[in-house]
Design a protein around this ligand. Structure first.
Ligand code: PHE
Length: 339
């Protein structure tokens, strides 16, 4: 019997298969209920008691090894069928889907590149800020009602720490750390405690611009914004400045551009006024310059700030702000652009 086991061990080890039929023959011959190994187990009762231990172990080893061999043969055949045999190599490949940039990134990049041409660089600052950078340094006195204008997210345990409500906080950081002339753009995310709707969101993006040097005037501000408006919305675009108020600029203004959709004739996008409001601006308040360690007798500056979502809405005629944040690919894949 031991000879028989040895013989079977050798046979199974040396067995080769070329296809699944041969594999099935192997299984029937050795592993099936009526196969050689089952027969051995059947004959086991006739083995002399003193040999039972040795023979038993050997049969078990044979069974394991034959099963292992079966698994190996099966893997081998599967690998073979994964091979190119039978595959049509001339078939065109599956297309790789290209991503597209988010409309907010596109518009941000476009705005940055327009101001780059005027020599503006880019600076960034933290989204979690302290009261000083967001409010105090920007001339908001402690009880100033303007602090309520912007519904702020405060950190519960540390009321001095908050999520910035505008990127003007980065103005402060730049003025503290750089010497005039300063000419920079400050893009970033801002946070306000607003109910989410088609027209408002608690997170959005701003781009602020800051220019501080000797003899910077309101005329420079106007010229810069006019250039921007024409580059962004087309050569025929007109601008209009309306007096406004921000604690950190004096004088302050809001800028409208002529509606690029109806060319100023009146449509539902501009609510039949012919104008679209796109940004706030003004001359940097001397107090703000002084708060940041800049000599307000020597230097003057202008600043402006705009919402990227708003500009993108006008550019792409997007009617619902929430689309920017849902990341539905059917929305996203519509944006292809040089930026
Ligand atoms: N920070 C202002 C806002 O969030 C915008 C602004 C920036 C106004 C710079 C004037 C100058 O509304």
């Amino acid at each position: 019997m031991i000879e028989k086991i040895k013989g079977l061990l050798k046979e199974t080890e040396e067995f080769v298969v070329k296809n699944v039929d041969e594999l099935e023959q192997y299984r029937l011959k050795y592993l099936s209920k009526k196969g050689e190994i089952s027969t051995l187990f059947g004959d086991f009762k006739n083995v002399a008691p003193e040999l039972k231990k040795e023979v038993g172990q050997k049969i078990n080893l044979l069974k394991q090894s034959a099963q292992q061999k079966f698994d190996e043969l099966k893997d081998y055949l599967e690998d073979q069928s994964d091979n190119t045999e039978g595959t049509d190599l001339s078939r065109p490949g599956e297309p790789i889907e290209l991503g597209s940039r988010h409309p907010i990134s596109l518009v941000k990049n476009e705005i940055v590149s327009i101001f780059n041409k005027l020599g503006f660089t880019v600076d960034e600052g933290p989204e979690i800020e302290d009261d000083w950078h967001v409010f105090s340094a920007l001339n908001f006195p402690p009880e100033h009602p303007a602090r309520d204008m912007q519904d702020t997210f405060f950190i519960e345990k540390e009321p001095d720490i908050l999520l910035r409500t505008h990127t003007s906080s980065v103005q402060v950081r730049v003025m503290q750390n750089q010497k005039p002339p300063i000419r920079t753009l400050l893009p970033g995310r801002v946070f306000r405690n607003e109910a989410i709707s088609a027209r408002a969101h608690c997170i959005f993006h701003q781009i602020e611009g800051l220019f501080v040097a000797e003899n910077v005037s309101f005329a420079d501000l106007k010229q810069t914004l006019m250039y921007f408006a024409k580059e962004m919305f087309g050569e025929k675009t007109q601008i209009r400045l309306r007096p406004s108020y921000f604690p950190f600029t004096e004088p302050s203004a809001e800028m409208d551009v002529s509606c690029s959709i109806c060319a100023g004739k009146g449509c539902n996008v501009c609510k039949y006024t012919g104008w679209l409001e796109i940004l706030g601006c003004g001359m940097v308040d001397p107090n703000v310059l002084e708060n940041c360690g800049i000599d307000s007798e020597k230097y003057t500056g202008f600043a402006f700030g705009m919402g990227v979502e708003r500009i993108a809405m006008l550019k792409y005629q997007i009617k619902d702000l929430r689309l920017y944040f849902e990341n539905d690919v059917r929305f996203l894949r519509q944006f292809k652009s040089a930026y």
